[in-house]
Structures are given as structure tokens and as C-alpha cells.
Design a protein around this ligand. Structure first.
Ligand SMILES: Nc1ncnc2c1ncn2[C@@H]1O[C@H](COP(=O)(O)OP(=O)(O)OP(=O)(O)O)[C@@H](O)[C@H]1O
Ligand SMILES: [Mg+2]
Length: 251
């Protein structure tokens, strides 16, 4: 087995004295789509936020080890800025900025101080192609991003993340609220993206996890109930709780 890109060992998280994640251990490997499924409040988003170092605060207690690209992101010494360049997160609700499609795409690069026009253009085009949005917007890059449809805005957010060439893409329910065609387009884009990137896909749509992930995990009330190959978990799950959830008996 190769060394995992993300390696969680006995990770526990508490906020305001309330347990959010309990003793999570799992591995995520390069160039796979790793699905995380489970009912609301199970800790899926919190896990992603630990990975990209945005779950912090005086009310927060974290235990265990969480290695991301070889670095323990739970240690006090970790520098979050280079980490966030390598690990991009896209949220359920697309956050497009009130500016043109092009400026949305290169926003992160401009913050990094990149001014070179041809470099910005190249990154914008690469991001749009990766998110399978290029053909739809190539003629109107200077138009306001907020005029795009919801599904296009979500793909723009993925394109913006991809323009930064991250190693890891964290997606938190990227297709909730989208129609089946937009959902299909995003799922197709993810299958392309995993050739060069590692994707962690959170979804409470079990069918989506079954369709696109290579391996997956089932989170229930802060606990990792089961993790393994998606094909195995959806046919012969080891745990009854996994079986019940996949069969739609709760959640
Ligand atoms: N900053 C915080 N402070 C205190 N509690 C929090 C904080 N963030 C999340 N929680 C709590 O942690 C639990 C897990 O939340 P989380 O958002 O990770 O769940 P989720 O699995 O992503 O749910 P959903 O499917 O609804 O998005 C919830 O009970 C939530 O209220
Ligand atoms: Mg969530």
C-alpha cells in the first residue's frame, strides 16, 4: 500500500465541551475520490475543516494525529498558509464574488501576488476546463459571475479552486440544491479531476457516494462506523448501521 495523503489517527474533536468527532482513524490515498456520507450533524464538515486547518478556536479541543501531505495539521507548529494552497475547499452554497467570471477565477492567484497576465489567463482556462465549464463561459469571461446559473456558479467555485492547482480538493456537498444535469456535470468533472488530484467528497446523498467514490466512510454522530472500498461497502457492509443507512432505514 502506498503512503496515504491524508492519514487520521484517533482524531477527536470537541467544541464548547460537546463531542463532535470521536476517535476517527482513516486513510485517504492519492488520486482517489474518497466519499464521506452520513446523516446531518455527524461531523462530516467538521472533519473537512480539520483537514484544511479552519476548525480552530479557544472553545475547541482536538486530540490525535492528522497528517495531510506529510504534515501534522493538528500540531501547533503547522503554518496554515502553505497548507491551504495545497488543500482547497468548496462549500455547498457557491460563494461567487461580485466581479467578473475571470476575476473570480484568478482571485486566489492575485492574493498570492501573481500579476503576469498570461499566467493568470492560463490558470483561469485550466480551472474552467477542469470543472467542465470552459465551453459554456469562454466567450463571456468579463461578464459578472453572479449572472451564471446555480450549477454554473458551483462549477465556477470548483474551477477557482482548481486554478490554484491544489493537491487535495475538499468538496462539502457540492451538488446539494442542483438539478440532475448540473449534478451529472459535476460528477463527470470529478472523475476527470481525480486523475491529477485527490478528492474528498462529502455528501448525504448515498447514491452519489456510490456513483463516484472509490473508497468511502460512514460517519454517524461523530463516529466512524465503517470505511472501505465503496463497491464493498455498498454490497457487503461489515456493520449493520451502514447497511441500514444505505438502505434508507434512517438518516
Ligand atoms: N464551531 C462549532 N462550535 C460548536 N459546535 C459546532 C461547531 N461546528 C460544528 N458544531 C457541531 O458539531 C456537530 C457536527 O457538525 P457538522 O457540521 O460537522 O456536521 P455535518 O455532518 O457536516 O452535518 P450536515 O450534514 O448537516 O452538514 C453539530 O452538532 C454542530 O452543531
Ligand atoms: Mg456539513
Amino acid at each position: 500500500m502506498p503512503e496515504p495523503l491524508i492519514k487520521a489517527r484517533n482524531v477527536s474533536l470537541e467544541a464548547d465541551g460537546k463531542p463532535i468527532l470521536k476517535d476517527i482513524s482513516l486513510d485517504i490515498f492519492r488520486n482517489e475520490i474518497f466519499g464521506i456520507m452520513g446523516p446531518a450533524g455527524g461531523g462530516k464538515t467538521s472533519f473537512l475543516r480539520l483537514v484544511n486547518h479552519t476548525f480552530r478556536g479557544s472553545n475547541v479541543k482536538i486530540e490525535g494525529r492528522l497528517h495531510v501531505l506529510g504534515e501534522d495539521v493538528l500540531s501547533d507548529e503547522v503554518n496554515p498558509t502553505p497548507l491551504r494552497r495545497k488543500v482547497s475547499m468548496v462549500f455547498a452554497t457557491p460563494v461567487v464574488l461580485p466581479m467578473s467570471i475571470f476575476e473570480n477565477l484568478v482571485y486566489g492567484l492575485r492574493i498570492q501576488g501573481i500579476r503576469d497576465k498570461s499566467r493568470l489567463r492560463e490558470a483561469a482556462e485550466r480551472g474552467l476546463k477542469a470543472a467542465i465549464l470552459w465551453d459554456e463561459v469562454r466567450d463571456r469571461l468579463d461578464k459578472p459571475a453572479q449572472k451564471l446559473s446555480g450549477g454554473q456558479q458551483q462549477r465556477l467555485c470548483i474551477a477557482r479552486a482548481m486554478a490554484l492547482s491544489p493537491d487535495v480538493l475538499l468538496l462539502d456537498e457540492p451538488t446539494s440544491g442542483l438539478d440532475p444535469i448540473s449534478t451529472f456535470r459535476i460528477e463527470e468533472a470529478l472523475k476527470e479531476l481525480k486523475k491529477r488530484h485527490t478528492i474528498v467528497l462529502v455528501s448525504n446523498n448515498t447514491k452519489q457516494i456510490a456513483r463516484v467514490s472509490d473508497r468511502c466512510a460512514f460517519f454517524l454522530m461523530g463516529e466512524l462506523i465503517e470505511t472501505g472500498k465503496t463497491s464493498q461497502m455498498f454490497t457487503v457492509p461489515r456493520e449493520k448501521k451502514t447497511d441500514d443507512y444505505i438502505a434508507g432505514r434512517f438518516g
